[in-house]
Design a protein around this ligand. Structure first.
Ligand SMILES: Cc1cc2nc3c(=O)[nH]c(=O)nc-3n(C[C@H](O)[C@H](O)[C@H](O)COP(=O)(O)O)c2cc1C
Ligand SMILES: CC(C)CC(=O)C(=O)O
Length: 350
């Protein structure tokens, strides 16, 4: 029998995942809002950036580690918060957490995880977890979730601010996908005997960010910033990091590609806090492009889901391992020893 070769690029995991997932579940993970213009733009924008290497730099030992408000990561690629991992693999978020911990990177646990944050933490002792929150209009319930995240050992709160309403996702509407199957639920939304629905409320405002900051000592990271004026406001409201994201094209369609938004946000933040970025990262070269343009670290959403669906913990580990190796390789060929030495001059539009 011909041995099946392990995927040698992140993209190959998508086909493997698609073959294993129910079509409606694949569509939920892969899809985006409206015409999916932003989904496509995120990846296309990286292809439109060229890298311009330096030569004879004698770089020697490479440095890929980054220090962020919620702790250190050995690689500059974090696991973005994504919902419903048990739809992709029976071990769900437990498998993802183990792979992230083995790669010594941060996993951001989604508020919509299908494994409770306490159980995710128990599955990967020693791993670094941040917790992603949609601020709920019921502030007492929001506080209860924050307390759970703190008690589980999460070291930062990632507040997603691009979702004052759910994205309109044509694929999900077409497939009638609007709920988890029996036996699965958003475990972080348990409240006594019931599981609350996630409320995406248009009433959430900067006032809530202030309330949250008073509620917890944890660093607050704002995810879903696209406008430089909002980045400046975020600093006024004391956030520990700004996360540039269009939610992988799943919220407002036709928002520009994430990496195209990055330079203006980086300029607005002016080095006051780290700037993170996600959306369309599929290669180590994408990682170094984003970091050259000023990101302190990046995150991946769908690639982790594809790894998880294809081969559980091993698949996620392989996805993260490939990205790590590709980052090192790109640094070597660029003539840059450390991710901290990446500069805008290494990137050109093409
Ligand atoms: C299936 C799926 C579920 C997601 N769930 C969440 C979530 O629960 N909370 C959140 O803040 N972002 C969520 N996101 C957005 C990701 O955190 C991230 O912004 C996006 O996936 C990055 O784009 P990429 O998939 O191209 O890497 C989700 C994305 C996907 C694809
Ligand atoms: C369950 C949803 C709230 C998760 C999400 O943010 C998404 O599907 O993009």
């Amino acid at each position: 029998m011909t041995p099946v070769r392990a995927p040698s690029a992140v993209r190959e995991f998508e086909a493997a995942a698609r073959a294993r997932l129910l079509p409606a579940h694949y569509d939920y993970f892969a899809g985006g809002a409206g015409e999916e213009i932003t989904v496509r733009a995120n990846e296309a924008a990286f292809a439109r950036l060229a890298l311009l290497p330096r030569v004879l730099r004698g770089t020697g030992k490479l440095q890929t580690g980054v220090t962020l408000p919620g702790g250190r990561a050995a690689m500059p690629v974090l696991v973005a918060p994504t919902a419903f991992h048990r739809l992709a693999h029976p071990e769900g978020e437990r498998a993802t957490a183990r792979a992230a911990a083995a790669a010594e990177t941060v996993m951001v646990v989604s508020m919509a995880a299908t494994v409770a944050v306490e159980d995710v933490a128990a599955a990967a002792p020693g791993g670094t977890l941040w917790f992603q929150l949609y601020i709920q209009p019921d502030l007492a319930f929001t506080e209860a979730i924050v307390r759970r995240a703190e008690a589980a050992g999460c070291t930062a709160l990632v507040v997603t601010v691009d979702s004052p309403a759910r994205g309109r996702r044509d694929r999900d509407q077409h497939n009638g996908f609007d709920d988890l199957p029996d036996g699965m639920c958003c475990e972080n939304l348990r409240d006594g005997d019931r599981v609350r629905p996630i409320v995406m409320s248009p009433e959430i405002s900067w006032r809530h960010v202030d309330l949250l900051r008073r509620m917890t000592e944890l660093p607050v990271v704002l995810k879903g910033v696209t406008h430089p004026d909002d980045a400046r406001l975020a600093l006024d409201h004391g956030v520990a990091a700004v996360w540039v994201s269009n939610h992988g094209g799943r919220q407002l369609d036709t928002v520009p590609a994430a990496v195209d938004l990055l330079p203006e946000v980086v300029a607005a933040v002016g080095g006051a806090v780290p700037v993170l970025l996600d959306g369309g990262i599929r290669r180590g070269t994408d990682v170094v492009k984003a970091m050259a343009l000023g990101a302190s670290a990046v995150a991946v959403g769908r690639p982790v889901i594809w790894g998880l669906a294809a081969d559980g913990e091993r698949g996620v580990a392989r996805v993260l391992g490939l990205l790590h190796d590709e980052v090192e390789h790109a640094l070597t060929l660029l003539g840059v020893a450390s991710v901290h030495d990446l500069r805008p001059g290494l990137v050109r539009p093409c």
